[in-house]
Design a protein around this ligand. Structure first.
Ligand SMILES: [Zn+2]
Length: 469
């Protein structure tokens, strides 16, 4: 595909005209009083000569506080300290903080993965997420920039991952008074599907696609984040999968109906709900309970045919069949907003299909004409894959690349104990860091870090999701 005549004059930076999304949305977290806390070592500290946390006095904060390795060899660089600045959000599992990388003064996001070694299931889940974050290489998928140096294995309790810091997320944008034009919606939806195609091509189901897990910058760059519930696709339909996935408003009907095996179509459903939410600026199916959620879906799509209920559990099937027969009322989608054009509603209706087997795939959705303008805009001035020369723009050969290889999870079968998992994760992080820059670690003495630990503990006690394979 050639975009002749599309030069750099297309101003993507103006997608939020007259305002600075960064200032309006940046961090968005309640003030902790720590926002202005400067980084202790800061950009001025020369790399390679950082202060050592253990040299700051005090005995550290107990086993939960990461301690650096002692440096056995002089050629091994000392770890640079990293002090959390302020919290920016909570994922399905873990807390995210905005921090300053002392090596270059760059603001990055620090995610703490707590309670890693409580049991084998959480150990596997965290290792999976960690490996995924290190596996991803796609502009619309958040990946690990670095992993903090773990302490010696006896004190190894938590994992800290550094990712790129994004300014806001789609939930905050949708509920803000910020104008959302059709151009915004197209370029956001294009990037969501572009990232999703990559994930699905790697055999990964995200299982918690929602506006809060779609990070955005003021230039409208979007990245899918939070892989705490992600897993590899299950090819064997006889293997049961958990239904404790996806925030209810974005949960696909097959999951609501207790289907024991599902695939990547559940993520496409979530994207359809988000597409409608971008158009209407309100949650499409906002129910109080899973049953009511299913009722709202059938109010819009009509009573599903029996063939779409094949995998439903007995109770869900009975609920649908004993209710009144509902005709579809899809025409209400045109009333979402002025942006709900025929093309938009057509694509929306291909995503919001009750039967997952008939729902459009993420990859096919990208071919829908509604997304042509989003693709053009993205590759004209937002992407990393195309570039400009004096005579115009040189476009990449593959606008929506798939993963180079599937994500491998074969290691999980050989993971049989928490201790073995601890060793494997420790080795994985250590090997991942080899040959990289000065390793980073937390400064456990800082006031900000103590707040970080407390907020994490508070959050951890609230997380009690059922775990699964
Ligand atoms: Zn490009």
């Amino acid at each position: 595909m050639a975009f002749h005549g599309a030069g750099r004059q297309t101003v993507c930076g103006d997608l939020f005209p007259g305002s600075d999304l960064g200032h309006k949305f940046f961090c968005g977290a309640p003030s902790t009083g720590l926002g202005a806390t400067p980084c202790l070592t800061g950009p001025s500290a020369p790399a390679g000569t950082p202060r050592h946390p253990t040299a700051l006095g005090g005995g550290g904060g107990g086993a939960a506080v990461p301690q650096p390795y002692s440096n056995p060899a002089s050629e091994v660089p000392s770890p640079a300290e990293m002090e959390p600045d302020r919290p920016i959000g909570y994922g399905a599992f873990g807390v995210v903080w905005s921090v300053t990388d002392p090596r270059d003064g760059r603001k990055v996001a620090l995610k703490k993965m707590p309670n890693v070694f409580q049991n084998l299931v959480s150990c596997k889940r965290v290792f999976r997420e960690l490996r995924m974050l290190c596996f991803f290489k796609h502009d619309n998928v958040l990946s690990a920039l670095d992993i903090l140096q773990p302490p010696q294995i006896d004190c190894f309790e938590e994992i800290y991952v550094i990712t790129e810091l994004m300014q806001s997320d789609l939930h905050k944008v949708i509920v803000s008074p910020q104008p959302l034009t059709t151009d915004h919606i197209k370029v956001f939806l294009y990037q969501i599907l572009r990232g999703l195609k990559y994930l699905h091509s790697a055999g990964i189901l995200h299982r918690d696609i929602k506006p809060g897990n779609l990070l955005v910058n003021s230039n409208c760059l979007l990245k899918i984040c939070d892989f705490g519930l992600a897993r590899v696709e299950e090819p064997d339909p006889s293997r049961h999968m958990t239904q404790e996935v996806v925030t209810q408003y974005y949960r696909a009907p097959e999951v609501l109906m207790g289907c024991r095996h599902y695939g990547s179509a559940i993520d496409v459903w979530s994207v359809g709900c988000i597409f409608a939410e971008l158009l209407g600026r309100r949650i499409l199916f906002q129910a109080q309970s899973p049953i009511q959620q299913l009722d709202l879906i059938t109010d819009l799509l009509g009573t599903p045919p029996l063939s779409a209920l094949a995998s439903a559990c007995e109770g869900a099937r009975a609920h649908i069949l004993r209710g009144p027969h509902k005709p579809p009322s899809l025409s209400v989608l045109y009333m979402l907003s002025d942006g709900a054009t025929h093309e938009a509603v057509h694509l929306l209706c291909r995503m919001l299909v009750f039967d997952p087997a008939k729902r459009i795939s993420g990859s096919d959705a990208l071919s829908h004409p509604y997304l042509d303008e989003g693709r053009l805009r993205y590759h004209t001035c937002m992407c990393q894959c195309c570039y400009s020369v004096p005579t115009g723009r040189v476009y990449t050969r593959d606008f929506e690349p798939a993963a180079e290889r599937p994500f491998s999870h074969s290691y999980e079968n050989s993971l049989l104990s928490v201790w073995q998992g601890k060793e494997l994760i420790h080795r994985f992080i250590t090997e991942h860091q080899q040959g990289k820059r000065v390793p980073l670690c937390i400064n456990p003495q800082s006031a900000a870090f103590k707040t970080f630990i407390r907020s994490t503990a508070w959050h951890s006690s609230k997380v009690s999701r059922k775990e699964e394979r």
